[in-house]
Ligand binder design. Structure first.
Ligand code: DON
Length: 315
């Protein structure tokens, strides 16, 4: 399969967009993320035959952060069914920051608006299959490994750094506990959530996950069903409506593809086959300078340019 652009063109686009890293900064509230090199920008596109096109800083690994939220949501939906999961977490955008306390104070009994804000993700982490926190985390990492056929590891430094600074997440978890929405104790749920945020990933691995989402849960390379098309449909809806936090509307308007960002500067994006000459792609971007919404500044601009050049938008 051919990509709609050459490597040279993609290299040129990356270098053009690298200057946008000055529009943000590395995540300062998690010390291990604050140390990342803010000038890096890399992108990798993967097609249905496993073919790849890449440019910029592609030899990088980084932690999943909030990108893990869409995968844990897929995992619990696949395990327990959509109906059961939606009893605990809604599918509405908030318009508030990803770690805001405001929705809890305004709406009672406090069911999280969606699984991609921190409160919803902590709720989902506690629901992961397994009889202990270790087993739940292990099941999640194995679920992600089943997408990519490779082993993944936890970044211990990031995990420790997150744990030491998780005051706001802890507060959110106490609100969830008060509303009887948390299936575990606060510290247990928090531990799984912070560990899943600290899983290391490469651009190639992330693009493969995007490719499987683009193809509705069926891996076009191995032809294996990784998760059901019902779950994939809802995952894509959530990525479009909530995946880029309170900048999701703008991202849908200007980029128009299901995507999920993380504060480490990664973005996972899926271009479904119906959008571009029946050829779907998984796209992974990394650039650790994030904007006020928590999204990679240069990564978002690069995706915007790519999408408008090749009309990737699903709308
Ligand atoms: O809980 C946190 O704040 C981080 N571990 C993850 C948040 C995140 O990636 C939000 N992203 N934009």
């Amino acid at each position: 399969m051919r990509f709609p652009l050459s490597t040279d063109q993609l290299v040129h686009m990356v270098e053009e967009n690298r200057s946008h890293t000055i529009l943000g900064n590395t995540a300062q509230y998690i010390p291990a993320l604050a140390n990342q090199d803010p000038n890096q920008l890399g992108i990798l596109l993967m097609g249905a035959q496993g073919d790849m096109l890449m440019a910029g800083d592609t030899d990088v690994s980084f932690t999943l952060q909030s990108i893990s939220k869409i995968i844990s949501f897929i995992s619990v939906c696949q395990e327990y069914g959509l109906e059961h999961v939606l009893e605990k977490v809604d599918v509405e955008p908030t318009g508030e920051a990803f770690n805001s306390i405001i929705p809890f104070e305004i709406h009672r009994p406090g069911k999280p608006f969606n699984p991609l804000i921190n409160a919803g993700a902590i709720t989902v982490s506690a629901m992961l299959p397994g009889n202990s926190t270790d087993e739940k985390f292990q099941n999640l990492i194995e679920f992600i490994e089943s997408f990519i056929g490779e082993q993944l590891e936890l970044d211990e430094d990031v995990y420790i750094s997150e744990k030491e600074t998780a005051h706001r997440n802890r507060a959110l978890a106490y609100y969830l506990k008060e509303s009887n929405l948390l299936e575990l104790e606060v510290e247990e749920a928090l531990d799984i959530y912070l560990k899943q945020c600290s899983i290391n990933i490469t651009l190639k691995q992330l693009a493969r996950i995007g490719l499987i989402i683009a193809y509705n849960g069926k891996d076009p390379i191995t032809k294996k069903d990784v998760f059901s098309s019902d779950v994939a449909r809802l995952a894509k809806v959530l990525m479009v409506t909530c995946g880029m936090y309170n900048a999701s509307g703008k991202f849908a308007a200007h980029v128009g593809i299901p995507a999920k960002s993380g504060v480490s500067g990664g973005i996972l994006a899926a271009v479904p086959p119906q959008c571009h000459r029946e050829a779907g792609y998984g796209i992974a971007v990394y650039s650790p300078s994030i904007d006020v919404s928590g999204n990679s500044a240069a990564g978002t601009m690069l995706l915007k340019q790519l999408s408008s050049m090749f009309n990737f938008s699903i709308f």
